[in-house]
Design a protein around this ligand. Structure first.
Ligand SMILES: [Zn+2]
Length: 114
């Protein structure tokens, strides 16, 4: 979701252990301010929603040009790979479960607002 603003998210560098609040727009990589290692952005809260709505729009879009389609397809594939834990991310399942819990909580909240 280009241009989207996200809540800063607590991120821990897998390389040096530095913790910081990542406030950037990426839903994939964020660079550690200390050692410049590229870490995966935790998909949590509003980032999770943005990623899922992006995926939904990719799946429902028709008539997009080849370049866009390529970008969208790559995005979808890389995101799904993250979900399927095929990038060798050992703690991804744990993080995904936390995201799912958050999603359930938000969904329940949304229901009570309706
Ligand atoms: Zn680092």
């Amino acid at each position: 979701m280009p241009g989207a603003e996200f809540d800063p998210i607590l991120t821990e560098c897998k390389n040096c252990g530095h913790e910081w609040m990542y406030g950037g727009r990426s839903m994939y990589y964020c660079t550690c301010p200390t050692c410049h290692y590229k870490n995966l952005v935790p998909l949590f809260g509003d980032r999770w929603y943005a990623a899922m709505s992006r995926l939904a729009s990719i799946m429902s879009e028709g008539g997009i040009n080849a370049e866009e389609e390529y970008k969208h397809t790559n995005y979808a594939i890389s995101f799904i790979k993250r979900l399927l834990k095929e990038d060798g991310i050992d703690d991804w399942r744990e993080s995904l479960e936390a995201d799912l819990e958050e999603m359930k909580r938000r969904r329940a909240e949304a229901k009570t607002m309706m």
